[in-house]
Design a binder for this molecule. Structure first.
Ligand code: G6P
Ligand code: G6P
Ligand code: BGC
Ligand code: BGC
Length: 933
């Protein structure tokens, strides 16, 4: 026949036409079938995201720890490896940011011989490192320890951006001893074995992710990466709240779907043909990657070959002769398939290609081969389109929009080289996801570029980590700090060491928690926390003990906190007068409990000599004086009302008493607010400073001063020192300054300033607001660490500081906040742990069961703090059952409880009885005023 006229099968073959059609019929997928495939894919995507179904899901939905697409601020010089596609490449990528942002790349392709792809893991990685060495030599950069991004185009389980455990080989790879191993470790070890150069492996990335990032650099709307090449796969940006296996609900993370495994549970077996099964059985990974084997370049040629063999057997092709060549697995590579299907190619040329492959064909044979190729590749494109439609539909639902506009970054030889694949794919998506306007963007530079961009971001985050390395305290360090604090406690309790001890361990003369018998009408003053509050507390005793409280908050302006002591106490007395007026009790002399949240030395309940001011206060002439006397004097001076101050109570003690009212087991009071401190019930026999060995007394540890003798220098950072220098009390309360709310925001601000100065944030921009002390508050730390709106809060807060934060900046700032607040919770867990151990040892029990009463704005307002504190404490003191009980009503109620007991004991008859009980100890008490309760 004349090849010029050979365009279709001649009439005499019409009989065979039917048989050929019958063979190819299963490759024609109806719109309904495709829709079904889309829906099944959709179901599998959800399975992969859910915790309970994820283990058995065929579409693995692997978290990648890539949390954003490029924003143009990436920069630096990077190495990239690109392994797993048609070519193995080593690249040098130079990224410039800013207005002249650009990416320059240099690369070299290396062969990976079959025996290495399927040899041992060690051989494979040695070969890779050999190629890197060659490249470094070639580029003349062997000495530089460059950061490296590793595109590894196989399914990997990741727990962070720089770790990836190979789930299973796919495509043409089958090296031994790699599955279940971390490929980054394997690469690192191979580099070590070679011992010629060093590299800093920062990120491991799937090719889909690399492709999405490559395209995302040009188009910020690119949130999907598709590979239609040797293998088939998709990744996309998923909302964190939908990813159950990764903690946190905030923002997005890229999910590598590994959709190649779709159907491995048999769910698309209805559309798999005999030929597909044949191909699967002959592959390196039978039973696996069933969807990939119907859609990707590595397998399409094989499917074609299987059909051709069948047609030949049926006598419909190659004169019924199965040639040697046709028996050869892998002869139909994607590129031949693409050539054969080209419309521009005359049949004569098709014949020439077949001849190259060793297949001697007639004109009719060529037509049939071309038709077979068409059926197989068309089905592949349609199936791929159905899968992609499921993904874009999911994106549309996530965004909650009717109409979605999105860009898909695409790479892969099949998509790029095949004459019809991309068109059919796009048509299918349009058909199955009509509400989505999908732009397909071809990746021109491969995944290497994207991997380098990811490496740039990851390196920046890691820099922060490294930068703040000193703030991450290991359990080992925390246990050490726990031991140090235990020693401090011991020193503070001992007569000999107390005078020089930094942790003062102050006796409070409170000897028990409320027992339910308290009653009366009391006033409580509560000074020293975020608010100055005055309360009226009525404890009644009809049937059940009930407490009724009314309170008023009073302002304490800064000039009063920092002025003279006389003025401060005049202010307190004035507010008390106002309160009594409002309560219409000015004519009464109600007992008053005074919560004074500063370190006071007490020799009895109604005396408190201020040792030193802390936090925001610095009024002159008070340190060394008894605050009860000062307040009494101020009240007397006024002369318009009278008050009977019966007890001074630290806020920790007030909190313990408040919580003790509800839980008899409560024997620790903890404050994590403006300041930090704790009290607990200690055995009298351990308290040298108070006579007597029986029973217990509450000790106000004043742990804020821990470290004032230099014992925490090893964990203090330059930022802690700077905070201290700028504070009202330099050199004092060093532990408190690492922990409490008054300092946390400022600590973060100092870190941000330094990071910006070093170009790690805000592209190096620093604004006057950012440089202003106090502009970044602890409540901002709390807002930024919120799991849902944290990042958008970060954006608002930073924008108000005048910097224009990028998404990556926001992520970085959130990271800084987390590190600083986590350190605080960890430190408190260590000191609290020491107290718990002391209690356990005092009781001589193996396992401690106790309740800690807690109060303070940081503990209450910070979204993660309490959970972290509880968790670390339980880890540090495993032999304990600790209940953390939040004080709902402040220390005022507790102070009233203490006052109630004091008031009752002030009864002379009771006092006498008490004296009789405690032989020889009554001498220390003055008449009518109980020294202890
Ligand atoms: C990308 C990458 C490759 C990747 C490939 C898929 O651009 O740089 O490493 O695996 O495309 O295509 P292929 O057809 O080579 O499998
Ligand atoms: C308690 C008290 C306050 C105390 C505070 C600590 O409930 O009633 O006076 O000092 O909590 O928290 P803050 O965050 O206010 O310092
Ligand atoms: C791999 C994927 C990869 C895809 C495209 C598949 O065989 O499992 O990780 O993205 O091929 O290269
Ligand atoms: C004070 C403590 C107080 C703590 C919490 C510290 O600065 O020294 O007495 O308990 O803050 O308010």
């Amino acid at each position: 026949r004349n090849w010029e006229h050979c365009t279709h099968l001649p009439d005499q073959l019409a009989a065979q036409r039917k048989e050929i059609d019958a063979v190819l019929e299963p490759f024609l997928l109806s719109p309904e079938t495709l829709r079904e495939v889309k829906n099944k894919m959709r179901t599998e995507l959800e399975y992969g995201l859910k915790r309970e179904t994820q283990g058995s899901a065929t579409v693995k939905m692997l978290p990648t720890y890539v949390c954003g697409t490029p924003d143009g601020t990436e920069k630096g010089k990077f190495l990239a490896l690109d392994l797993g596609g048609t070519n193995f490449r080593v690249l040098l990528v130079k990224i410039r940011s800013g207005r002249r942002k650009s990416v320059r790349m240099y690369n070299k392709i290396f062969a990976i011989p079959l025996e290495i792809m399927q040899g041992t893991g060690e051989e494979l990685f040695d070969h890779i490192v050999h190629c890197i060495a060659d490249f470094l030599e070639y580029m003349g950069i062997k000495g530089a320890r460059l950061p490296l991004g590793f595109t590894f185009s196989f399914p990997c389980k990741q727990a962070s951006i720089d770790k990836g455990t190979l789930v299973g080989w796919t495509k043409g790879f089958k090296a031994t001893d790699c599955e279940g191993e971390d490929v980054v470790d394997m690469l690192r070890e191979a580099i070590k074995r070679r011992n010629e150069f060093d590299l800093d492996i920062v990120a491991v990335v799937n090719d889909t992710v690399g492709t999405m990032m490559t395209c995302g650099y040009e188009d910020p709307n690119c949130e999907i990466g598709l590979i239609a090449g040797t293998g088939s796969n998709v990744c996309y940006m998923e909302d964190m709240k939908n990813i159950e296996i990764v903690e946190g609900n905030e923002g997005k993370m890229c999910i590598n779907t590994e959709w190649g495994g779709f159907g491995d549970n048999g769910c698309i077996d209805n559309i798999r043909t005999e030929y597909d099964k044949e191909v699967d059985e002959g592959s390196l990974n039978p039973g696996k990657q069933r969807y990939e084997k119907m859609t990707s370049g590595m397998y399409l040629g094989e499917i074609v070959r299987q059909i051709l063999i069948d047609l030949t057997k049926r006598g419909l092709l190659f004169r019924g002769q199965i040639s040697e060549s046709l028996r050869k697995r892998g002869i139909f590579e994607t590129k031949f398939l693409s050539q054969i299907e080209s419309d521009r190619l005359a049949l004569l040329q098709v014949r020439q290609i077949l001849q190259q492959l060793g297949l001697d064909s007639t004109c009719e044979d060529s037509i049939i081969v071309k038709e077979v190729c068409g059926a197989v590749s068309r089905r592949a494109a349609q199936l791929c389109g159905a899968g992609l439609a499921a993904i874009v539909e999911k994106k549309r639902e996530n965004r909650g929009v009717e109409h979605l506009q999105i860009t898909v970054g695409v790479d892969g030889t099949l998509y790029k080289l095949h004459p019809h694949f991309s068109r059919v794919l796009q048509e299918t998506v349009k058909e199955l996801a009509p509400w989505c306007d999908v732009t397909f963007m071809l990746s021109e530079d491969g995944s290497g570029k994207g991997a380098a961009l990811i490496t740039a971001v990851a390196k920046r985050l890691r820099n922060i980590d490294k930068y703040l390395y000193a703030m991450r305290l290991s359990d080992e360090t925390l246990i050490d700090i726990m031991a140090r604090f235990r020693r401090e406690m011991k020193n503070g309790l001992s007569r000999d060491f107390n005078p020089t001890a930094t942790v003062k361990m102050l006796p409070t003369f409170v000897r028990s928690i409320p027992d339910g018998s308290e009653k009366g009408d009391f006033i409580a003053l509560d000074l020293g926390g975020s608010y100055f509050r005055i309360l009226r507390v009525k404890v009644s005793h009809e049937k059940k003990q009930t407490v009724q409280m009314e309170s008023e908050i009073y302002n304490t302006p800064e000039d009063i906190m920092h002025g003279s002591g006389t003025r401060l106490f005049d202010h307190v007395a004035e507010c008390l007068g106002d309160f009594m007026e409002k309560q219409q009790i000015k004519d009464k002399k109600l007992p008053v409990g005074f919560t004074f949240s500063f370190p006071c030395r007490q020799s009895k309940l109604d005396e408190g000599v201020l040792i030193t001011w802390t936090k925001r206060f610095k009024a002159s002439g008070v340190e060394g004086a008894d605050v009860v006397k000062l307040l009494n004097r101020a009240i007397k001076k006024r002369g318009d009302y009278d008050a009977d101050i019966m007890a001074v109570v630290n806020d920790t003690v007030g909190t313990m008493m408040t919580c003790g009212f509800d839980d008899q087991r409560c024997e620790v009071g903890l404050i994590i607010g403006t300041g930090t401190n704790a009290c607990y019930m200690e055995e009298m026999r351990h308290i040298d400073l108070v006579e007597g060995d029986e029973g217990r007394m509450c000790i106000n540890t004043e742990w804020g001063a821990f470290g004032d003798d230099g014992s925490l220098e090893d964990i203090r950072t330059e930022f802690d020192r700077e905070i201290d220098r700028g504070s009202l009390n330099p050199g004092k309360q060093l532990f408190e300054k690492m922990v409490s709310g008054l300092y946390m925001g400022e600590l973060v601000r100092l870190i941000l300033v330094k990071m910006a100065k070093e170009g790690l944030l805000f592209e190096g921009r620093i604004t006057p607001e950012l440089l202003t002390k106090g502009k970044f508050e602890t409540k901002h730390v709390s807002a930024i660490e919120k799991s849902k709106e944290g990042l958008s809060k970060a954006k608002d807060i930073l924008t108000r500081l005048g910097v224009e934060p990028s998404h990556e900046d926001c992520v970085a700032v959130q990271h800084v906040c987390t590190i600083v607040s986590f350190r605080s919770a960890n430190l408190v867990a260590a000191t609290l742990g020491a107290i718990l151990c002391q209690l356990r040892d005092n009781k001589g029990v193996g396992r401690l069961r106790t309740t800690v009463g807690v109060d303070g704005s940081l503990y209450k307002m910070h979204p993660q703090y309490a959970r972290r504190l509880h968790k670390t404490t339980r880890r540090l003191v495993p032999d304990s059952d600790v209940r953390f009980l939040l004080s709902e009503s402040g220390s005022g109620k507790g102070a009233a409880m203490v006052t109630a007991v004091a008031y009752r004991l002030a009864d002379p008859l009771l006092l006498a009885a008490l004296r009789g009980q405690r032989k020889g100890r009554g001498l220390r008490r003055r008449c009518f005023s109980p020294a202890t309760v």
